[in-house]
Structures are given as structure tokens and as C-alpha cells.
Design a protein around this ligand. Sequence first.
Ligand code: KG4
Ligand code: ZN
Length: 344
Amino acid sequence: MNQEDNTKKIILAIETSCDETSVSVIQNGRQILSNIISSQINIHKEFGGVVPEIASRHHLDNMNRVVEEALEVANITFEDIDIIGVTKGPGLVGALLIGLATAKALAFSLKVPLIGVHHIKGHICANYLEHQELKPPFLSLVVSGGHTHIVNVLDYHTYEVLGRTRDDAVGEAYDKVARVLGLGYPGGPKIDKIAKTGNPHAIDFPRVYLEQGSLDFSFSGIKTAVLNYINAQKQKGNDIHVADVAASFQMAVIEVIVKKVLHAIKQTGRKSLAMAGGVAANSLLREELRKACESEGITLYCPSITLCTDNAAMIGCAAYYEYMNGKQDDLYLDAYPSLPLESS
Ligand code: KG4
Ligand code: ZN
């Protein structure tokens, strides 16, 4: 730990890894003073997914306004900032570069430390913002549009990945299945909503567990299974019951996730589980994990929906703990489109 620094620290954090331009001001890692999120969903939805070049251009257009708003809501000026945190990866390289260029310019002109943050560490840290009592060690399930990880969080800066997806991320599977069902982008929230009116046992989609005891995931097969089911029904001239397909799809996915998480809990002996990432906003996943954790005597932590999906407050929190661990980056800090959690 950075022993000299137990004074109040104000962090301005920037997140631009995908289609949200977000800037946040947080104090001492755990207190949010502002968390401005400017979403580009309305721009990308007409293309059925995020268009990287368009995302970068909008980050550029939005950035100054979002920075100003974050300062205004936090009621601070540039002079009050002690640390700049920024997502360095993984993510869309052009989008990351806009955040990095802004962060470097601010750190240079304000003469304050610059700290590059791994996006997934940020997602896990979102839990610290919402649950002041949460301290490592704990287990974390990271489920986002680009990642599916079971992580053993050993302390504030040591993360051991116990399992990960070998192909599609769970959010990616949601988005692809939603597209096939004609529900639009982003698919996760749409499937979540329509599935509530469907029968989760209507169609028996495959549950992929991989080798005995494996904590890895594979979600590409279920996407194909849904597509095959829809094509087969169309060929037979049957109507597709979208709510049943959505409900059965998510039940198949969530059953596997819950079983693997329970296995990881048994393997590590951890007593708490923190959910993280955009898919952690899913109501069925939250409910099924709540039931599973309750029956095993495990404390479950879920961030609020705003802190599950991409936001800069979680990056500020992660930056604070990196800083306290003595970490700082220089102005050569680069954007990393793929960046393993363990090596960051
Ligand atoms: O963490 P996130 O905001 O961005 C990444 O880092 O990828 O996650 C976005 C993903 C998308 O795939 C979106 O469809 C999914 O999270 N998502 C959901 C829900 N809300 C967002 N998936 C299932 N149910 C939801 N309610
Ligand atoms: Zn994310």
C-alpha cells in the first residue's frame, strides 16, 4: 500500500471502452460524487450492434461535455482532482484511445498521477461502491458483453481467473439470440423482459458443461441451437413463440452459470459472491443466484443496474486501489483491445 497517502483523494475517471462515454468523480475509492453516462445505444441500434468507428467519433464529440458535467455535478473544479483513472482495455481500440487521450491531457496539465485500469477489474470494483462492507477475499462472477469469468478476488489487486468462456461471452449470446428473434439491440434487456411472459421449460436447449469439474463456459452452441430451432419451426410452417424461446434460452444459460458458480464456491470455500458486468442486471440471473446463495449460506452482492453496465465510477474505484498499491502509468500508456485480467 501507498503508506504516505491516507488523505482524501479525489479521482476523475473516464470509461470509453464500448458505446458509453462516461466520466465520474469519486472520493477515496468508494464514494461517488458524480457518475455521468452518455449512452450511444440509440445511434447503434439501427445497425443492430456497436459500429466501432461511429462509437469513437461520438466519444470524441461527447467527451468535453461529459467531463464538464461530471465536475459540475460533483461540485468540484479541475484543481480539486488528485488522480486520473482511465480504462486502458480490453475494448474497442479507437474508443479506448479517446478516453486515454483525454486522461493523459488532464493528467499532464494538472500534474497528477495517471492510472490505466483493466475494464473487468472496474466491473468487479463496482461492488465496492455499492456495498461499503465488502472486502476481499470473495468470488466474483463477471458476465458482460465481451467477458464471462469466474474470478477469485484474493485482495484489492490480485485476481485469479478460475473459469472463462472459451468462445462467446454470455452477453454476446444474449445479443445474438435477440437479433435472431428480431428483438433488436441491445438484446440482453429485451430478452430479460419478454422472457418473463414465456415458459422457460418450453424448449429443451442444450446445457454445455464441458469437462467434469471445469469452470469454463461455452455459449456459441446455444446460439446455433436457437437458430436451428427457429429454422426447423419455420420449415414446418409453425409460428415462433418468441417469449418461450427467450425464456428457454435464458434458463439454459443461467442453469449452467449457477451450477458453475456453486462449484467454484465449494472449490474455494469463499463465503461471498459479487456479481459484475452488464448481464448481472438480468433479473432471472439475480433471482437464481440469490436462491442458490441463500441455500448455501453465501452472501450475494449485486450492484444496482447502473453500476452493472459500463460506467466510469467503477473505473475510478479500481484506479484508487491501484494507486494505493503504488501503481502509476506514464504518458506512453497505450490502449489494449485484448488484455488478460491476470497480467494487467
Ligand atoms: O458490461 P457491459 O455494459 O459492457 C461490456 O463490457 O460488454 O455489458 C453489456 C452486455 C450486453 O451484451 C447487454 O445485452 C447485456 O450486457 N445486458 C443484459 C441485461 N442488461 C444488459 N443481459 C441480460 N439481461 C439484462 N437485463
Ligand atoms: Zn463492461
